[in-house]
Design a protein around this ligand. Structure first.
Ligand SMILES: [Zn+2]
Length: 182
């Protein structure tokens, strides 16, 4: 079930210095707050940088236990905590058919447009939680929603198909392993 922010909660702010397009924060049908385009964003453009405090693995494990967290896995050791000094990108919700993707460039996390995004559309990204951590149900509403924010465990490719599978799953970008409880 999507949860709405309480009426008393202040509306989160977007750091305009980190954003390349006009964006706004509104309650989202997916989860709490969402980030919306206020103008057309063409495909393949940097929209906003995901900023926050850089924390190590031990501190990440400690903070991951909170009821609501905004942790973006940068490497196997470093995590960016968007709840401390976040640009607003930490409020971009998960969707199984997202219109944004993350591009990690020299330690910076850039949220890019995966297609043209129309004014008024909510920005979304695939959080790609591991399949071996606690399952988080998904409420993204996409036609091909996989049901959880976690990735499905991929079956081992058979020998014949292995070469093709490697090619199509080779990812340029390691995207998020944010954890967020509902
Ligand atoms: Zn979904």
């Amino acid at each position: 079930m999507p949860t709405a922010p309480s009426k008393k909660e202040p509306i989160p702010q977007i750091d305009e210095k980190k954003a390349c397009f006009a964006l706004e924060v509104r309650p989202s049908p997916i989860h709490r707050w969402g980030i919306y385009a206020k103008e057309l964003i063409p495909k393949g453009r940097k929209i906003i940088e995901y900023t926050g405090e850089k924390i190590n693995r031990k501190e990440t494990n400690r903070r991951a236990d909170g009821p609501l967290n905004y942790l973006f896995t940068l490497t196997s050791y470093w995590t960016i905590d968007g709840s401390v000094g976040g640009s607003g990108a930490q409020y971009i919700n998960h969707c199984c058919t997202p219109n944004c993707y993350a591009w990690i460039l020299r330690g910076h996390i850039l949220y890019m447009s995966a297609r043209d995004i129309q004014p008024g559309e909510e920005l979304t990204i695939d959080y790609r939680f591991d399949h071996d951590v606690a399952a988080v149900p998904c409420a993204c509403g996409a036609a091909d929603c996989r049901g959880t924010i976690n990735l499905k465990k991929e079956p081992k490719p058979r020998k014949k198909a292995a070469r093709k599978a490697t090619k199509t799953t080779g990812k340029r970008v390691k995207t998020t392993a944010k954890k967020r409880s509902r």
